[in-house]
Design a protein around this ligand. Structure first.
Ligand code: SIN
Length: 275
């Protein structure tokens, strides 16, 4: 296979063409896609037609699939999550900067999102390279961050007591009462496949630095959250029906824009766990 690869921005992102993800795909084809994925951090495909089964099969070529602890998957395909905003919904799923599943003990490495129905306008997804964000810091701050761990929790997003924007959308949220699990991850992750270092804190799920109080953590976290979404670290994807985005949660934040009131948006996501 010869993939055509066109970068979408300086910091991250590439659109790939010349492949039908419905398969069958050889190991060599998967290796080529995987290489583009780690090189560009988020990759995009147009005009794909994946059934839930085919999307699941494609995802499984990259590792075991995650079953979301708080959002119900499709009845026959529990690994496939429907990301839907109905015309009457005010909030959307993923409408803030985050990395998927950083609140787990073993966070997801990748997510694959497939557009089924898109609004006539709006509903783009933004992506921000946390590798570029880390590399832009001074040696002094890098040295401080290199020694820190972050405490991550799903509580703010998914518990009944939390902000729970997700619960007000049409997404089916499984019982999230008593979300108390906190997991600790390095603030700077070294990518297992590239060795590239990236910031690994995010506004949705990072509560504080390990060993620091929330109050002590807030100023530095606020700085990092502001810094990490600087425009030059981002790329923006305008969806078309059938488009697919596959991003690396180890080094990329994403943000689903909620700028299409009164319209429906329907996507399907599979999420890949560390092997
Ligand atoms: C998500 O956070 O996975 C949803 C992204 C999107 O719908 O664009």
């Amino acid at each position: 296979m010869t993939l055509q690869i066109r970068k979408t921005a300086g910091a991250l992102g590439a659109e790939l063409s010349g492949v039908d993800l419905a398969g069958p795909l050889s190991d060599a084809q998967i290796a080529e896609i995987r290489q583009a994925f780690v090189d560009h951090q988020v990759i995009f495909f147009r005009d794909q037609a994946l059934s839930p089964d085919q999307q699941r099969a494609f995802g499984r070529r990259f590792g075991p699939l995650n079953i979301h602890p708080y959002v119900a998957g499709m009845a026959d395909f529990p690994e496939v999550m429907e990301v839907i905003k109905e015309p009457q919904d005010r909030t959307n799923f993923g409408g803030g900067w985050h990395s998927d599943m950083s609140f787990l003990e073993r966070p997801a490495i990748a997510s694959i999102l497939h557009a089924i129905e898109i609004p006539d306008w709006g509903g783009d997804t933004l992506f921000a390279s946390q590798a570029a964000a880390y590399e832009a810091l001074t040696p002094g701050l890098k040295a401080v961050l290199d020694g820190l761990n972050g405490v991550h929790s799903a509580g703010r997003e998914y518990s009944a007591k939390g902000h729970s924007a997700q619960k007000r959308s049409s997404m089916v949220v499984a019982e999230a009462e008593g979300v108390t699990g906190e997991y600790i991850h390095p603030v700077v992750l070294t990518h297992a496949e590239t060795g590239r270092r990236a910031l690994y804190v995010n506004p949705a799920f990072t509560e504080r630095f390990d060993g620091w109080s929330k109050r002590e953590s807030k100023p530095l976290l606020d700085f990092l959250f502001e810094h990490s979404r600087y425009e030059a670290f981002t790329t923006r994807f305008t969806w078309s029906p059938g488009a697919v985005a596959m991003w690396d949660n180890r080094s990329v934040w994403h943000f689903a824009l909620n700028d299409y009131p009164g319209q429906r948006r329907h996507m399907r996501r599979v999420t890949i766990d560390a092997a």
